[in-house]
Design a protein around this ligand. Sequence first.
Ligand code: TUI
Length: 314
Amino acid sequence: METRITKLLGIEYPIIQGGMAWVANANLSANVSKAGGIGFIGAANAPGEWVRSEIRKAREITDKPIGVNIMLLSQYVDEVVQVVVEEKVAAVTTGAGNPAKYMQQWKDAGIKVIPVVASVALAKMMQRAGADAVVAEGMESGGHIGDSTTMALLPQVVDAVDIPVIAAGGIGDGRGMAAALMMGAEAVQIGTRFIVASESTVSQAYKDRVIAAKDIDSVVTGRSTGHPVRSLRNEMTRQYLEMEKNGVPFEELELLTLGALRKAVVEGDVKMGTVMAGQIAGLIKKEQTCEEIVKELMSEARQVIEDRYAKFVG
Ligand code: TUI
Protein backbone atom coordinates (compact mmCIF):
# COMPACT_ATOMS: atom_id res chain seq x y z
CA MET A 1 0.00 0.00 0.00
CA GLU A 2 1.99 2.97 -1.27
CA THR A 3 1.06 6.56 -0.37
CA ARG A 4 2.93 9.86 -0.25
CA ILE A 5 3.59 9.08 3.44
CA THR A 6 5.17 5.65 2.87
CA LYS A 7 7.37 7.27 0.20
CA LEU A 8 8.22 10.30 2.35
CA LEU A 9 9.32 8.15 5.27
CA GLY A 10 10.64 5.14 3.39
CA ILE A 11 8.33 2.68 5.16
CA GLU A 12 6.35 -0.33 4.02
CA TYR A 13 2.95 0.35 5.58
CA PRO A 14 1.11 3.67 6.15
CA ILE A 15 1.00 3.22 9.92
CA ILE A 16 2.68 5.54 12.40
CA GLN A 17 2.75 5.00 16.15
CA GLY A 18 1.67 7.97 18.26
CA GLY A 19 4.47 9.48 20.36
CA MET A 20 2.86 8.74 23.70
CA ALA A 21 4.41 10.30 26.82
CA TRP A 22 6.09 7.68 29.10
CA VAL A 23 4.76 4.85 26.87
CA ALA A 24 6.56 5.32 23.55
CA ASN A 25 10.14 4.42 24.49
CA ALA A 26 12.88 2.88 22.33
CA ASN A 27 11.53 -0.65 22.69
CA LEU A 28 8.01 0.14 21.50
CA SER A 29 9.02 2.54 18.74
CA ALA A 30 11.78 0.37 17.31
CA ASN A 31 9.47 -2.62 17.14
CA VAL A 32 6.78 -0.66 15.28
CA SER A 33 9.43 0.41 12.76
CA LYS A 34 10.72 -3.15 12.56
CA ALA A 35 7.17 -4.27 11.72
CA GLY A 36 7.09 -1.95 8.69
CA GLY A 37 5.34 1.11 10.13
CA ILE A 38 7.26 3.87 11.90
CA GLY A 39 7.65 4.33 15.65
CA PHE A 40 7.99 7.69 17.37
CA ILE A 41 9.80 7.98 20.69
CA GLY A 42 7.72 10.25 22.94
CA ALA A 43 10.06 12.93 24.32
CA ALA A 44 7.22 14.29 26.52
CA ASN A 45 8.79 16.15 29.48
CA ALA A 46 12.09 14.24 29.37
CA PRO A 47 15.54 15.89 29.09
CA GLY A 48 17.49 15.82 25.83
CA GLU A 49 19.95 13.19 27.00
CA TRP A 50 17.14 10.72 27.76
CA VAL A 51 15.86 11.20 24.22
CA ARG A 52 19.36 10.68 22.78
CA SER A 53 19.79 7.48 24.73
CA GLU A 54 16.39 6.12 23.57
CA ILE A 55 17.21 6.96 19.93
CA ARG A 56 20.47 5.01 20.24
CA LYS A 57 18.73 2.05 21.94
CA ALA A 58 16.14 2.01 19.16
CA ARG A 59 18.91 1.92 16.57
CA GLU A 60 20.34 -1.18 18.21
CA ILE A 61 16.99 -2.91 17.69
CA THR A 62 16.38 -1.87 14.07
CA ASP A 63 17.96 -0.17 11.05
CA LYS A 64 14.54 1.03 9.91
CA PRO A 65 13.62 4.75 10.21
CA ILE A 66 12.77 6.01 13.71
CA GLY A 67 11.03 9.25 14.70
CA VAL A 68 10.73 11.42 17.79
CA ASN A 69 7.58 13.14 19.02
CA ILE A 70 8.33 16.49 20.65
CA MET A 71 5.86 17.83 23.20
CA LEU A 72 6.18 21.58 22.76
CA LEU A 73 5.13 22.49 26.32
CA SER A 74 8.18 20.65 27.70
CA GLN A 75 10.71 22.67 29.68
CA TYR A 76 13.39 20.73 27.76
CA VAL A 77 12.02 21.46 24.29
CA ASP A 78 15.09 23.42 23.09
CA GLU A 79 17.56 20.70 24.01
CA VAL A 80 15.34 17.96 22.53
CA VAL A 81 15.10 19.97 19.28
CA GLN A 82 18.92 20.02 19.22
CA VAL A 83 19.29 16.30 20.02
CA VAL A 84 17.07 15.16 17.13
CA VAL A 85 19.18 17.32 14.76
CA GLU A 86 22.45 15.85 16.10
CA GLU A 87 21.10 12.30 15.91
CA LYS A 88 19.50 12.94 12.50
CA VAL A 89 16.31 11.01 13.18
CA ALA A 90 14.15 10.28 10.15
CA ALA A 91 11.14 12.31 11.25
CA VAL A 92 9.72 14.50 13.98
CA THR A 93 6.10 14.86 15.02
CA THR A 94 5.13 17.63 17.43
CA GLY A 95 2.24 18.06 19.85
CA ALA A 96 0.54 20.65 22.04
CA GLY A 97 1.71 23.73 20.17
CA ASN A 98 3.12 25.43 17.08
CA PRO A 99 6.60 24.21 16.03
CA ALA A 100 7.17 26.87 13.30
CA LYS A 101 10.28 28.36 14.90
CA TYR A 102 12.10 24.99 14.89
CA MET A 103 11.09 23.93 11.41
CA GLN A 104 14.04 25.32 9.41
CA GLN A 105 16.75 23.65 11.51
CA TRP A 106 15.00 20.28 11.19
CA LYS A 107 14.61 20.66 7.45
CA ASP A 108 18.28 21.72 7.10
CA ALA A 109 19.19 18.46 8.90
CA GLY A 110 17.08 16.45 6.42
CA ILE A 111 14.48 15.54 9.06
CA LYS A 112 10.88 15.14 7.86
CA VAL A 113 8.62 17.42 9.89
CA ILE A 114 5.06 16.33 10.70
CA PRO A 115 3.22 18.59 13.16
CA VAL A 116 0.16 17.17 14.91
CA VAL A 117 -2.74 19.58 14.50
CA ALA A 118 -6.25 19.72 15.88
CA SER A 119 -7.54 22.47 13.57
CA VAL A 120 -7.58 23.55 9.92
CA ALA A 121 -5.97 26.89 10.84
CA LEU A 122 -2.87 25.26 12.34
CA ALA A 123 -2.67 22.75 9.45
CA LYS A 124 -2.54 25.61 6.92
CA MET A 125 0.00 27.51 8.99
CA MET A 126 2.19 24.39 9.17
CA GLN A 127 2.02 23.88 5.40
CA ARG A 128 3.11 27.50 4.90
CA ALA A 129 5.96 27.02 7.39
CA GLY A 130 7.29 24.09 5.32
CA ALA A 131 5.87 20.98 7.01
CA ASP A 132 6.22 17.75 5.00
CA ALA A 133 2.86 16.40 6.23
CA VAL A 134 0.45 16.90 9.13
CA VAL A 135 -1.29 14.57 11.53
CA ALA A 136 -4.97 15.62 11.88
CA GLU A 137 -5.83 14.46 15.39
CA GLY A 138 -9.43 14.29 16.55
CA MET A 139 -10.67 14.51 20.12
CA GLU A 140 -11.24 10.74 20.30
CA SER A 141 -7.49 10.52 21.02
CA GLY A 142 -5.98 9.95 24.42
CA GLY A 143 -3.91 12.64 26.11
CA HIS A 144 -4.02 16.34 25.23
CA ILE A 145 -6.80 16.96 22.71
CA GLY A 146 -8.53 19.60 20.61
CA ASP A 147 -12.28 20.09 20.06
CA SER A 148 -13.09 18.44 16.71
CA THR A 149 -13.78 14.78 16.06
CA THR A 150 -11.64 12.88 13.56
CA MET A 151 -14.67 12.34 11.29
CA ALA A 152 -15.23 16.10 11.01
CA LEU A 153 -11.63 17.34 11.19
CA LEU A 154 -9.98 14.95 8.73
CA PRO A 155 -11.80 15.83 5.47
CA GLN A 156 -11.57 19.54 6.29
CA VAL A 157 -7.80 19.32 6.77
CA VAL A 158 -7.46 17.18 3.62
CA ASP A 159 -9.25 19.90 1.63
CA ALA A 160 -7.27 22.73 3.23
CA VAL A 161 -3.71 21.56 2.50
CA ASP A 162 -1.78 19.98 -0.38
CA ILE A 163 0.73 18.10 1.79
CA PRO A 164 -0.25 14.56 2.84
CA VAL A 165 -2.46 14.13 5.90
CA ILE A 166 -2.23 11.39 8.52
CA ALA A 167 -5.43 10.60 10.43
CA ALA A 168 -5.42 10.14 14.21
CA GLY A 169 -7.97 9.71 16.95
CA GLY A 170 -10.36 6.80 17.34
CA ILE A 171 -8.56 4.45 14.95
CA GLY A 172 -7.86 1.01 16.41
CA ASP A 173 -8.44 -1.54 13.67
CA GLY A 174 -8.51 -2.01 9.90
CA ARG A 175 -12.05 -0.66 9.58
CA GLY A 176 -10.99 2.65 11.11
CA MET A 177 -7.89 2.65 8.96
CA ALA A 178 -9.89 2.00 5.79
CA ALA A 179 -12.37 4.76 6.68
CA ALA A 180 -9.54 7.25 7.21
CA LEU A 181 -8.00 6.30 3.85
CA MET A 182 -11.43 6.76 2.21
CA MET A 183 -11.56 10.29 3.60
CA GLY A 184 -8.23 11.17 2.04
CA ALA A 185 -5.72 10.30 4.75
CA GLU A 186 -2.47 8.80 3.43
CA ALA A 187 -1.58 7.06 6.70
CA VAL A 188 -2.97 6.55 10.17
CA GLN A 189 -1.48 7.31 13.57
CA ILE A 190 -2.27 4.66 16.16
CA GLY A 191 -1.69 5.19 19.87
CA THR A 192 -3.95 3.31 22.25
CA ARG A 193 -3.66 -0.07 20.52
CA PHE A 194 0.15 0.06 20.81
CA ILE A 195 -0.08 0.69 24.59
CA VAL A 196 -1.02 -2.99 24.97
CA ALA A 197 1.60 -4.29 22.52
CA SER A 198 3.79 -7.09 23.90
CA GLU A 199 6.84 -4.87 23.39
CA SER A 200 5.23 -1.99 25.33
CA THR A 201 6.90 -1.75 28.75
CA VAL A 202 4.01 -0.06 30.59
CA SER A 203 2.81 -1.68 33.82
CA GLN A 204 0.58 -4.74 33.47
CA ALA A 205 -2.11 -2.85 35.43
CA TYR A 206 -2.14 -0.13 32.74
CA LYS A 207 -2.50 -2.68 29.93
CA ASP A 208 -5.23 -4.53 31.87
CA ARG A 209 -7.15 -1.27 32.38
CA VAL A 210 -7.04 -0.47 28.64
CA ILE A 211 -8.13 -4.02 27.75
CA ALA A 212 -10.99 -3.89 30.30
CA ALA A 213 -12.19 -0.46 29.10
CA LYS A 214 -15.75 -0.14 27.78
CA ASP A 215 -16.85 2.30 25.05
CA ILE A 216 -17.73 5.11 27.46
CA ASP A 217 -14.88 4.66 29.94
CA SER A 218 -12.78 7.69 28.95
CA VAL A 219 -13.32 11.18 30.33
CA VAL A 220 -11.80 14.60 29.65
CA THR A 221 -10.27 16.47 32.57
CA GLY A 222 -8.75 19.94 32.51
CA ARG A 223 -11.18 21.65 30.15
CA SER A 224 -11.24 24.59 32.58
CA THR A 225 -7.44 24.88 32.50
CA GLY A 226 -7.18 25.17 28.72
CA HIS A 227 -5.34 21.82 28.54
CA PRO A 228 -8.00 19.15 28.14
CA VAL A 229 -6.67 15.61 28.62
CA ARG A 230 -8.48 12.35 27.84
CA SER A 231 -7.86 9.41 30.16
CA LEU A 232 -9.72 6.39 31.51
CA ARG A 233 -12.16 7.07 34.31
CA ASN A 234 -10.83 6.28 37.81
CA GLU A 235 -10.68 7.72 41.32
CA MET A 236 -8.29 10.48 40.18
CA THR A 237 -10.58 11.66 37.34
CA ARG A 238 -13.60 11.49 39.69
CA GLN A 239 -11.87 13.78 42.21
CA TYR A 240 -10.49 16.04 39.46
CA LEU A 241 -13.86 16.56 37.75
CA GLU A 242 -15.53 17.21 41.11
CA MET A 243 -12.89 19.83 41.97
CA GLU A 244 -13.19 21.38 38.49
CA LYS A 245 -16.98 21.62 38.91
CA ASN A 246 -16.45 23.39 42.22
CA GLY A 247 -14.10 25.95 40.66
CA VAL A 248 -10.98 24.78 42.50
CA PRO A 249 -8.04 26.90 41.24
CA PHE A 250 -5.72 25.65 38.49
CA GLU A 251 -2.67 25.27 40.79
CA GLU A 252 -4.56 22.92 43.09
CA LEU A 253 -5.89 20.85 40.18
CA GLU A 254 -2.36 20.54 38.84
CA LEU A 255 -1.20 18.97 42.10
CA LEU A 256 -3.59 16.08 41.54
CA THR A 257 -2.08 15.22 38.14
CA LEU A 258 1.56 16.08 38.83
CA GLY A 259 3.56 12.94 38.07
CA ALA A 260 0.30 11.00 37.72
CA LEU A 261 1.02 9.58 34.24
CA ARG A 262 4.31 8.15 35.53
CA LYS A 263 2.43 6.74 38.52
CA ALA A 264 0.11 4.78 36.21
CA VAL A 265 2.66 3.76 33.56
CA VAL A 266 5.60 2.89 35.81
CA GLU A 267 4.07 2.04 39.19
CA GLY A 268 0.81 0.57 37.92
CA ASP A 269 -1.32 2.86 40.10
CA VAL A 270 -4.38 2.96 37.85
CA LYS A 271 -6.59 4.39 40.62
CA MET A 272 -4.81 7.69 41.34
CA GLY A 273 -2.57 7.77 38.26
CA THR A 274 -3.53 9.20 34.84
CA VAL A 275 -4.40 6.33 32.49
CA MET A 276 -4.26 8.23 29.19
CA ALA A 277 -6.03 6.33 26.39
CA GLY A 278 -8.34 7.12 23.50
CA GLN A 279 -12.05 6.41 23.06
CA ILE A 280 -11.16 3.35 20.99
CA ALA A 281 -9.85 1.56 24.11
CA GLY A 282 -13.20 -0.25 24.29
CA LEU A 283 -12.37 -2.01 21.02
CA ILE A 284 -9.01 -3.30 22.18
CA LYS A 285 -9.33 -6.77 23.63
CA LYS A 286 -5.89 -8.34 23.74
CA GLU A 287 -2.16 -7.94 23.85
CA GLN A 288 -0.38 -8.63 20.54
CA THR A 289 3.12 -8.02 19.20
CA CYS A 290 3.74 -4.88 17.16
CA GLU A 291 4.14 -7.08 14.10
CA GLU A 292 0.77 -8.77 14.70
CA ILE A 293 -0.91 -5.39 15.19
CA VAL A 294 0.57 -3.90 12.01
CA LYS A 295 -0.16 -7.01 9.93
CA GLU A 296 -3.74 -7.26 11.24
CA LEU A 297 -4.44 -3.56 10.57
CA MET A 298 -3.22 -4.01 6.99
CA SER A 299 -5.12 -7.22 6.26
CA GLU A 300 -8.36 -5.94 7.81
CA ALA A 301 -8.12 -2.62 5.97
CA ARG A 302 -7.53 -4.37 2.64
CA GLN A 303 -10.36 -6.81 3.35
CA VAL A 304 -12.99 -4.19 4.18
CA ILE A 305 -12.01 -2.01 1.24
CA GLU A 306 -12.43 -5.02 -1.08
CA ASP A 307 -15.68 -6.23 0.53
CA ARG A 308 -17.33 -2.81 0.57
CA TYR A 309 -16.24 -2.18 -3.01
CA ALA A 310 -17.79 -5.48 -4.10
CA LYS A 311 -20.97 -4.71 -2.16
CA PHE A 312 -21.55 -1.11 -3.28
CA VAL A 313 -19.81 -0.91 -6.63
CA GLY A 314 -18.77 -4.24 -8.09
O1 TUI B 1 0.00 16.59 22.06
C1 TUI B 1 -0.83 15.73 21.92
N1 TUI B 1 -1.13 14.83 22.88
C2 TUI B 1 -0.57 14.82 24.12
S1 TUI B 1 0.65 15.85 24.70
C3 TUI B 1 0.60 15.12 26.17
S2 TUI B 1 1.61 15.63 27.52
C4 TUI B 1 0.59 16.83 28.21
N2 TUI B 1 -0.01 16.54 29.35
C5 TUI B 1 -0.80 17.45 29.95
C6 TUI B 1 -1.05 18.69 29.39
C7 TUI B 1 -0.49 18.97 28.19
C8 TUI B 1 0.34 18.04 27.57
C9 TUI B 1 -0.33 14.13 26.20
N3 TUI B 1 -0.96 13.97 25.04
N4 TUI B 1 -1.51 15.61 20.77
C10 TUI B 1 -1.34 16.55 19.71
C11 TUI B 1 -2.19 17.74 19.93
N5 TUI B 1 -1.81 18.97 19.72
N6 TUI B 1 -3.45 17.74 20.38
C12 TUI B 1 -3.86 19.02 20.43
C13 TUI B 1 -2.80 19.79 20.01
C14 TUI B 1 -2.72 21.21 19.89
C15 TUI B 1 -3.49 22.06 20.67
C16 TUI B 1 -3.34 23.44 20.55
C17 TUI B 1 -1.81 21.75 18.98
C18 TUI B 1 -1.68 23.12 18.88
C19 TUI B 1 -2.45 23.93 19.66
O2 TUI B 1 -2.32 25.30 19.57
C20 TUI B 1 -1.28 25.77 18.75
C21 TUI B 1 -1.08 27.21 18.88
O3 TUI B 1 -0.15 27.57 19.63
O4 TUI B 1 -1.82 27.93 18.22
